[in-house]
Design a protein around this ligand. Structure first.
Ligand SMILES: [Zn+2]
Length: 365
């Protein structure tokens, strides 16, 4: 049997790690019990180790290389390539035993232009990992990315905008974190909604539709993290290794949960001054934040050489770094799914005030 052996290895590894972290002073002169309580454990709990063990560079490479393959023709919204991507995502949700929550299995039909009688349609893909705590399982934390891209270029030898970093990388990360959290027994206390949005490149169509037609109550959705461009590390300002940033960094308690998660696995999660406020409303977290859900977007780099160009290919992604960043994402999501206290907007910050006000409106009886 694998599990007891693994558990034994983990326990001895943790015991070993703990022996190494006991301060010298504590070993020689025991202090009063209260003083010995660590404010925040720096290492990984056994369940965090299980999450970390289920996120691998090879698995991420497999997902991105398929989603960004020429076969899918740049995943325009709507298109046959995007439909193939949606089926791929749904098949992985099925494998993990997530619950389908769309109007059609794992698919939420999205009306792309609600003002038009014969509007084209596309699909968001959504699945839920049910929580294990009777009192908290009807509350949700949400992880998302957009699985669409910009389709074909007008001309050129290579016309396919593959969208590997933007945002097959985020999509693959959602699949990999879903795989990691679904492997926990017992499951996290709160339920986790995994959702891939269509139509981001057409003006946040999928997430705007979701905000108006949520699949679980927004008032019960305690936090949302959206993932954008987690794969490329070759930013104009230099290599971005073991770092990530979050928009609206000072707007709610959510970012610092990922700062803490990153610290545990050697990833620095920080604020980029020029992006934190400016990009807050430009990604798929925006429609939810405007309705009051503490919602943010994480990214490794906003600018990279092949942005919205045919050169955004899967071979150019740093999968080892991506696995490391995704481990921080997985641990942060786990902590949010386990926490008894829901994250709050930072009301004192004037920039966050409109979102905090919307949040109050959302949750008041
Ligand atoms: Zn994007």
């Amino acid at each position: 049997m694998k599990r007891p052996a693994l558990a034994a290895v983990l326990l001895s590894a943790i015991a070993l790690a703990q022996t190494h972290t006991v301060p010298k002073q504590a070993r020689t002169a025991p202090r009063p019990a209260a003083a010995r309580v660590a404010p925040e454990p720096a290492g990984l709990t056994p369940e965090m180790r299980i999450v970390a063990g289920h996120i691998t560079a090879n698995s991420l490479r497999a997902h991105v290389s398929f989603l960004a393959s020429d076969l899918l023709e740049g995943r325009d919204t709507p298109s046959r390539g995007l439909d193939i991507a949606a089926e791929y995502i749904a098949s992985h949700f099925r494998r993990l035993g997530l619950e389908p929550v769309g109007d059609d299995d794992f698919f939420q039909t999205v009306v792309l232009r609600p003002d038009e009688p014969d509007s084209p349609k596309s699909r968001n893909v959504a699945g839920i990992l049910h929580g294990s705590d009777p009192a908290l399982k009807d509350t949700y934390v949400m992880l998302s990315a957009h699985y669409d891209h910009i389709g074909l270029a007008q001309s050129g030898d290579d016309r396919i905008n593959n969208g590997a970093n933007d945002d097959a990388s985020g999509t693959a990360s959602v699949l990999e974190v879903a795989n990691a959290l679904a492997s926990l027994h017992p499951r996290p206390r709160r339920s986790v909604l995994f959702i891939l949005f269509c139509g981001e490149e057409k003006g946040l169509r999928g997430s705007r539709y979701y905000a108006l037609h949520p699949l679980v109550p927004l008032a019960k959705t305690i936090a949302h993290l959206n993932l954008e461009q987690l794969g490329r590390t070759d930013a104009p300002e230099g290599p971005q290794i073991s770092t990530a940033n979050i928009t609206g960094f000072d707007y709610s308690d959510v970012p610092r949960m990922f700062v803490d998660a990153g610290r545990r696995v050697g990833v620095t999660v920080s604020k980029i001054d020029k992006a934190s406020d400016v990009y807050f409303n430009r990604s798929d977290n925006g429609p939810l934040a405007r309705l009051g859900v503490p919602a943010h977007t994480m990214s490794v780099t906003y600018e990279f050489p092949d942005y919205h160009a045919v050169g955004d290919e899967w071979q150019k992604i740093d999968y080892d770094n991506m696995a490391k960043v995704d481990t921080a994402v997985g641990i942060g999501m786990l902590r949010m799914a386990q926490t008894l206290t829901a994250p709050k907007w930072s009301e004192a910050n004037p920039a966050a005030k409109p979102y905090a006000d919307a949040g109050k409106k959302l949750t008041e009886p």
